[in-house]
Design a protein around this ligand. Structure first.
Ligand SMILES: [Zn+2]
Length: 189
């Protein structure tokens, strides 16, 4: 396949049917994203678990309007830990236009203890604090850093500017993670 015939993640995400419903994809390096949803709803999506046994990237949209919809839910995080996916990307989109607004990326740096992990519960607490206790961006980011580091996870929030490559402005994110995303998955919009 010629690289220039492959649609970028942003093109795939923004051309989804019924953008008010969540949609999910998996992606292998140097391949176009492949839709894998079984059931699409406004605030959830069920997807086919990928059986090939290779590490891959999972992407799904959050078109919802809640303050928390830029983040993975604790159930998303649970699925992430249990599955062979290497990275999970939450693509925050507009429910009306389907336009991409931001990416939130979580990546396993090393092997992560899985079924016994307390992480989803601790993460849920963090989200609830964020929602109800009025915690500001930087202290939330700090708590997320501390929590995810314990489980060898990296995370990055990347707002997507109009007409700009989401992973091009190096100042906004951790360089090594960003390089991985660019080289492994060509996530540049
Ligand atoms: Zn989700």
């Amino acid at each position: 396949m010629k690289p220039n015939t492959r649609r970028s993640p942003r093109e795939v995400i923004e051309s989804v049917d019924q953008p008010e419903l969540e949609e999910a994809w998996y992606k292998f390096p140097r391949q176009e994203m492949v839709a894998c949803s079984i059931n699409r709803e406004r605030d959830s999506v069920r997807w086919k678990v990928h059986q090939k046994g290779r590490k891959y990237m999972h992407i799904h949209t959050h078109p919802g309007g809640s303050r928390l919809s830029i983040y993975p839910s604790s159930r998303d995080l649970d699925s992430f830990l249990l599955d062979k996916m290497r990275s999970m990307v939450i693509a925050k989109t507009s429910p009306k236009t389907g336009k991409l607004e931001s990416y939130f990326v979580v990546r396993k740096k090393k092997f992560v203890p899985q079924s016994s992990s307390l992480l989803p519960r601790q993460y849920e607490e963090l989200l609830m604090n964020r929602m109800y206790e009025g915690i500001d961006d930087s202290s939330f980011a700090e708590s997320l850093d501390v929590l995810f580091r314990k489980y060898d996870l990296q995370w990055r929030y990347v707002p997507v500017a109009e007409g700009k490559n989401a992973f091009d402005s190096r100042a906004q994110y951790q360089t090594d993670l960003a390089d991985k995303l660019k080289t492994e998955y060509r996530m540049a919009a």
